[in-house]
Design a protein around this ligand. Sequence first.
Ligand code: UTP
Length: 297
Amino acid sequence: MKRKVTKAIFPVAGLGTRFLPATKSVPKEIMTLVDRPLIQYAIDEARAAGIKEFIFVTSRGKSALEDYFDQAPDLENSLRKAGKDELLKTLKETSMDSGAIAYIRQHRPLGLGHAVWCARRLVGNEPFAVILPDDVIAAEKPCLQQMVEAYEETGGSMVATMEVSPEKTSSYGVLDVASQTGDVVTVKGMVEKPAAGTAPSNLAVIGRYILSPKIMQNLNRIEKGAGGELQLTDAIAREMDEGRDVFGYRFDGKRYDCGSKAGYLQAMVAFALEREDLRDEFGAYLTEIMALRTTAR
Ligand code: UTP
């Protein structure tokens, strides 16, 4: 029986070493694309997909993230008094209903699989979504919403996937494809960070998942995998070993790897150019510096 997906896990307990020294005190997920933190994009995407319960797996040093979702009555009052209605509206859109958010600690960064497992009691016996906020996906229809609609047809477990160049496959979980119908790929195996030249395809797993609750039991049973971490990919691969369905979903949209500096900067530029209040001035500046760069060569 297929069940509605109403819970999402946001694993945000990683160390974010690629953004040190900033991540010494600022959680990666609070870094902004223009003026909205990465986590806000993830929350908006989850809401659009019908998620009602938001489970954050956090760690030491992430209190800025918890504060971000609190109401800010003093700030709201000041904006109200100053007649700044647009800003007030923006601010209100970020606050979450009481009881909609839960925070669970991952005491040590033992991997993404372990982070997801930490939320097992909150998920219970229901399918659940996992969103990695550092994968930002710009799409007309939000990526998780696309997946929820596809999942209503397929059931099983589903991962977002996209093609990457063969030299990049060793940075991702990679699908072994059985067949493909439209955007849905039937998967017969999955490998986390395959060694160069051994990837079963160039379809990489991206940070959006809809998972069967059985995955939590699998996480209980698997051993440490690539990088000495408990890998979510390995727990999903176990579903196939036990005869249950796993699908890849080739989403429509552009994904930015905001966990890497280059990806984050690309997203910042792309999102700034999308903004009506910035695109002219910022676009002109980019044209200017690119021209200077060409003449300097
Ligand atoms: P990353 O592989 O990007 O690791 O994790 P990281 O620690 O965030 O960043 P770097 O590589 O050190 O720069 C992918 C996602 O899994 C979460 C991260 O917070 C991120 O959302 N994660 C990873 C955990 O919650 N716990 C872990 O033990 C590992």
